[in-house]
Design a protein around this ligand. Structure first.
Ligand SMILES: [Zn+2]
Length: 479
């Protein structure tokens, strides 16, 4: 629902030139109402998000702070009104968090499509029959949510989609080698019956993942695809300015012969990683013999252990699934050949929470700049204070930013809670972590207006003219 509202608002905003949309509003107000006593005219469309109107309920109750919060990102996200707990391991994603998530999905879409990925959407409700054919109906054990329909037919809520996508390809009898490589991906809710959901969005029972599946003509081609997806994962994490490590990984219940994990180093991480001080060897501890301390690659370096939050996992599958489901294509010799597969996961909600976990301080959220929910917050002075006229300046400034800087369309918020002091509101903006906060005070009333700008990333406060502000904010990358 929130997505729809947001999209409609955005569309209207971009499609209608400002003057035209104003004219529409005026004419609407002038239309004679048949019965004014019972008809309440609808409010005009609000082009700038106002802090007083954002649905951002703080879900952290008094006394909860010290006790049962399990990690920083969970506490900060509840406190800032980004998420709300429903069942254990399941959360409402509230409007501000959803804006950030939609940006992250746009970034992922860009990078997946840059390497030829095509977006699909597969059913979350998966028939047991496919899982029995691959042998994973038993193998997945209690981690899988299982259910039955009214005809007593078994289903599961999809934790991953190797079976489904391979069956989809197997049903295409005319697939030619000329159509390969084929890279299909989706961004959907995934389900896992975690025994102990914890750490908020980091280990939930329902979460968003991007999963991609590749089909190639040969092992060589499949490995080429594998490395290009790994490269795109590194690009995504780099564009988010996150520190990451790529390590050799165990193939677990997915299978295959080559696998890597992508981690954000963090003490709260549940994975133990080993790194060589002498060469580039790095691996999940699961892949190394118990107690091994010397590097298996260079044989001279020593392995040191650290912890990481897993945000991505890649697998070269070979023909493990394509053989079972008979996913074939017609090769250059006009013969049927089994396709070579890979599968690639990125935790969408996991990246969101993990980046907050590693970037934030104890009481203030810090976002990767590109996916901050809003880039700029403008603060007019407190109502009734000497600088009251500056309120008008603040509104004009927001309009000017929106009109002159296409990158900031929909990215500027006005903190209209002018009953509160600047100091109180600054505390809130710092807590939510807007990358830029513009304070419109006394100096904005001078002949050449000057604005106080707090840059979150550098921690600096600078004073800029209108032109200087447009220059600074015009360079902000948005998605
Ligand atoms: Zn080494």
């Amino acid at each position: 629902m929130e997505v729809l509202i947001h999209l409609c608002h955005h569309k209207l905003h971009t499609l209608l030139p400002r003057a035209l949309s104003r004219a529409c509003r005026r004419s609407h107000h002038c239309t004679p109402q048949p019965s004014p006593s019972i008809h309440t005219p609808s409010k005009p469309v609000m082009p700038t998000p106002l802090v007083s109107r954002l649905f951002q309920p703080s879900n952290l109750r008094e006394g909860q702070e010290a006790g049962d919060m399990t990690c920083r990102s969970q506490r900060l996200m509840l406190q800032a009104g980004l998420i709300h707990l429903s069942n254990p391991g399941c959360f409402y994603y509230l409007p501000v968090a959803l804006r950030s998530m939609e940006k992250l999905v746009r970034l992922i879409d860009e990078e997946m499509q840059a390497i030829g990925g095509q977006k699909v959407d597969m059913p979350a409700l998966c028939g047991a029959e496919l899982w029995k054919r691959s042998g994973r109906w038993e193998l997945m054990g209690k981690e899988m949510f299982r259910l039955q329909d009214r005809h007593n037919v078994d289903y599961c809520l999809g934790p991953t989609h190797e079976e489904a996508v391979t069956e989809l390809l197997a049903s295409q009898s005319t697939l030619s080698y000329k159509q390969l490589p084929l890279l299909l991906y989706q961004v959907t809710r995934k389900f896992r019956d975690e025994q102990k959901p914890k750490f908020g969005l980091l280990r939930g029972r329902e979460f968003y993942m991007k999963d991609m599946y590749s089909f190639d003509v040969s092992e060589e081609a499949a490995l080429h695809t594998y490395h290009s997806v790994c490269h795109s994962y590194r690009r995504i994490l780099d564009r988010l300015c996150l520190k990451w490590v790529q390590v050799q990984a165990d193939t677990g219940n997915i299978g295959g012969t080559l696998s890597h994990e992508f981690h954000l180093p963090a003490d709260i991480g549940e994975d133990r990683l080993l790194m060589c001080g002498n060469c580039d060897f790095s691996a999940n501890v699961e892949t190394v013999a118990l107690g091994q301390t010397d590097c298996p690659q260079c044989h001279t370096g020593t392995l040191t252990e650290s912890k990481g939050i897993e945000v991505g996992h890649t697998f070269y599958l070979g023909t493990k699934y394509s053989k079972v489901f008979n996913a074939t294509f017609t090769n250059a010799q006009n013969k049927l050949s089994v396709s070579e597969m890979g599968c690639f996961g990125l935790g969408v909600t996991r990246i969101l929470a993990a980046s907050i976990e590693v970037l934030s301080s104890e009481d203030s959220i810090r976002w990767p700049g590109l996916i901050a929910p809003y880039q700029v917050c403008v603060l007019p002075p407190k109502k009734g204070s000497k600088t009251n006229e500056a309120t008008h300046m603040a509104e004009k400034l927001v309009e000017s930013l929106e009109n002159n800087l296409p990158n900031l369309k929909g990215e500027v918020v006005l903190d209209d809670r002018t009953q509160l002091t600047i100091g109180k509101r600054l505390k809130d903006t710092n807590r939510l972590g807007y990358p830029y906060v513009v304070v419109v005070g006394q100096k904005a009333m001078e002949e050449h207006p000057v604005f106080e700008v707090l840059c979150q990333k550098s921690g600096e406060t600078i004073f800029l003219s209108t032109d200087g502000l447009l220059d600074l904010l015009g360079g902000v990358e948005t998605i």
